[in-house]
Write a protein that binds this ligand. Structure first.
Ligand SMILES: [Zn+2]
Length: 300
């Protein structure tokens, strides 16, 4: 059972301009430890969502307490190394297109370190990842495991003005203080250093047509951004040249199927068929789809 807490807009810190966006579909009896696992089969369950009229952010309130969530994250399971590799490869392509100086890099919420490997490939030499969950760090492969610190990101771990690049993927929806996180990233970046985020876009076509069946409506997401609110967050924090654009994600067919809104029985049947040795190659085909994710770059 989760204790729920009310909270103001985590960017503006008031509730004065907030209106209900969606009522809660949280059902205590369906909540399990797996609810906080990376890339689970979606549960279609979320806390009440409010939209802030001042900054455009949509945020959960009341939500599970930060304490309950951080315990759940520490113990969350992880079974996604193929998907994390696909995602990391996609994100690295966008970083390459933006241009970068390979120097010192930090990946916050690095999971099994798939993106750390991409940073090595791109020529970065001083690389650190932080990841609070035990499971992904346990399965991280030898080449990147020594680069990962298994703990919650804390600015005190790193010196000010010390990174050329800080990345943070699919994470700012999960943290309770997204504004503090961006302020911390700003401080540890060198002047001219870049932040690179990938997040769900609440305003994306896929999120709008799928409605309640979109996997972005989830109890793990204590806020949801759109281009306007994420731009606001970065400019308020002091970032310049903020660039927000939608991306294509290339994932295996089996992964898309997991996320697609089909009846649970049909979905289980199809996934079981694709697990058959004769069809495994079909399930592994990588397909680029506009999945409602946006990339965000900002410069200090
Ligand atoms: Zn706000």
């Amino acid at each position: 059972m989760l204790a729920l807490e009310e909270r103001p807009c985590p960017i503006c810190k008031t509730s004065d301009h907030s209106v209900v966006y969606r009522e809660s579909t949280y059902d205590e009896s369906r909540w399990t430890q797996a609810s906080f696992s990376s890339r689970k089969v979606p549960e279609y369950m979320h806390f009440r969502l409010l939209t802030c009229g001042a900054c455009g952010l949509t945020y959960g309130s009341p939500v599970a307490s930060a304490e309950a969530a951080s315990q759940a994250y520490r113990r969350a399971s992880f079974e996604a190394s193929v998907e994390s590799t696909d995602a990391a490869r996609t994100y690295a392509q966008y970083l390459r297109k933006q241009g970068f100086e390979p120097g010192r890099a930090l990946d916050i919420g690095c999971g099994d370190g798939a993106f750390l490997r991409e940073l090595l490939r791109l020529g970065f030499r001083e690389i650190v990842g932080v990841e609070p969950s035990e499971a992904p760090v346990r399965v991280a492969s030898e080449d990147v495991r020594p680069l990962i610190r298994q703990e919650m990101f804390d600015r005190a771990l790193f010196a000010e003005n010390s990174f050329d690049l800080v990345t943070c993927f699919q994470t700012i929806e999960h943290v309770y203080e997204p504004r503090k996180l961006l302020e911390d990233i700003f401080r540890i970046l060198k002047p001219g250093g870049k932040v690179f985020l990938i997040e769900h876009d609440l305003g994306a076509f896929s999120a709008r047509v799928m409605g309640e069946k979109s996997p972005i409506f989830d109890i793990e997401h204590v806020q949801l951004f759109n281009p306007r609110s994420v731009r606001y967050l970065l400019t308020q924090t002091g970032f310049q040249d903020v660039n927000v654009f939608s991306i294509l994600n290339a994932y295996a067919l089996t992964y898309w199927l997991k996320l697609f809104p089909l009846p649970a029985r049909v979905k289980r049947g199809l996934l079981a068929s694709l697990a058959h040795p004769a069809l495994r190659a079909v399930g592994a085909i990588r397909i680029p789809v506009p999945a409602g994710n946006m990339a965000i770059f900002g410069t200090k």
